[in-house]
Structures are given as C-alpha cells and as structure tokens.
Design a protein around this ligand. Structure first.
Ligand SMILES: [Fe+2]
Ligand SMILES: [Fe+2]
Length: 211
C-alpha cells in the first residue's frame, strides 16, 4: 500500500550550540516565527522527498527550514509584530534578515551551504528578489525549495488586514508565480506533494511571518 507523504518534519538536531541558542532566542521572541519555521521545515523535508533527493539532502533541507529566518532575531518586535502595512524603512530592516542570517551561519564551520541557502531564500526566479537579484539556476536549489514552502505557509496564515488564503487559492497563487517568483519544477513538486497528502493544512488563524 502506498503511504501518504507527511508534511510534518521529524525533529532535526542543530549540532552547533551557538546556532541552537540563536534559534531558541528567535523562537522565544516570537512563537509565530517558531511555528512558521517548523511548518516550513516540514514542507522542505517533504519536498526533498518529492524531488527524489537523498536522505542527507532532505535532512539538510529540514534544518534549513528551521533556520531560514534566523536573521530576524535582530529585527525589533515592534516591526515583526506590527499589524498592518510597514513603512519603507521598516521593510528595509526586514529585508536585511537573509543577510543577517547568512552572517551568523557562515561563522560556523560546516554550515556554509546552509548559510548560502538562507542568504538566497528571498531571491526570485525572475531576478526581482533580494538581496542580490539572482535569477533561475543562479539561486541554489535549496533556496528555490524554501521559497515555495515559505510563500505557501505565509499565504495560508491570516493577516491583520485580510483573511488568509485557502489551500486551493494558495496553490493557485504558486502556479501563477511559476517562472516569476518560483522555480516551475519546485512548484509542480509542491502541487504533487499536496495532491498526495492525506490532509492539506488548514488555513491558520495565526498571523503570517513578515517576509
Ligand atoms: Fe525570510
Ligand atoms: Fe519565512
């Protein structure tokens, strides 16, 4: 009998003590960020399976999901939790989080690949993302995977100024973003993954992460 894919990640151990501490600080600062990171970790791990990646690569992806927004620890809660729209200067601060995360992670021996992925997780397939405007295959595969998992989770989370999207609407948005924001192959894998899942995530009442 074929087993249905799980969207929940196993517990991944972050070996480095300093990074583990930083991750704990972010999670303590915001339970919303913790829940978001855990869900993204689960989607990334499952996407790795869907894309036929090795167990080692999938574990790496699961860890990246947990750590992708670690750079947000230097963003004040007044910005992270601000209801409604942000000012341009506040967006500038938010846009620093991949760079901050890269700085923390690249200081750790053996975490170079994780650091590069975190740096690139807000790049867009069409080159319109940040911080470096990389496009297509210039963006590391793991970062293209995180981008889809991250966007889906943000879309199915409620916003103070509008309701969250349903699962179907979020899938439609991902498809619309193919070749613009997202790698087409990763979007297709995500759709196939969700088609095979026993239960799709319910729209969440929690606020979405900022970026
Ligand atoms: Fe992010
Ligand atoms: Fe995120």
């Amino acid at each position: 009998m074929e087993t249905q894919p799980s969207l929940t990640a196993p517990e991944f151990e972050i070996e480095d003590k300093t990074i583990r501490t930083l991750m704990g600080v972010l999670y303590e600062k915001s339970s919303r960020e913790e829940q978001h990171s855990r869900r993204v970790s689960g989607y990334c791990f499952a996407l790795g399976t869907q894309l036929g990646l090795s167990l080692e690569q999938r574990i790496q992806l699961g860890k990246i999901g947990l750590l992708h927004d670690i750079g947000k620890i230097s963003i004040p809660n007044t910005i992270l939790d601000k209801p409604g729209h942000l000012l341009p200067t506040e967006w500038q601060e938010i846009h620093q989080h991949p760079v901050n995360g890269h700085r923390f992670l690249s200081a750790v021996v053996g975490m170079d690949e994780v650091a590069e992925t975190v740096l690139a997780h807000h790049e867009r397939y069409d080159g319109e993302g940040y911080p470096h405007g990389l496009r297509g295959q210039q963006i590391p595969l793991n970062a293209r995977i995180v981008a889809v998992a991250d966007a889906y989770d943000a879309m199915v989370s409620a916003r103070p100024y509008r309701n969250c999207l349903t699962h179907e609407e979020a899938i439609e948005e991902l498809r619309r973003g193919t070749k613009k924001q997202f790698d087409p192959e990763v979007v297709q894998a995500f759709c196939d993954l969700m088609d095979g899942a026993s239960e799709v995530p319910k729209p969440s009442k929690s606020l979405p992460p900022r970026a």
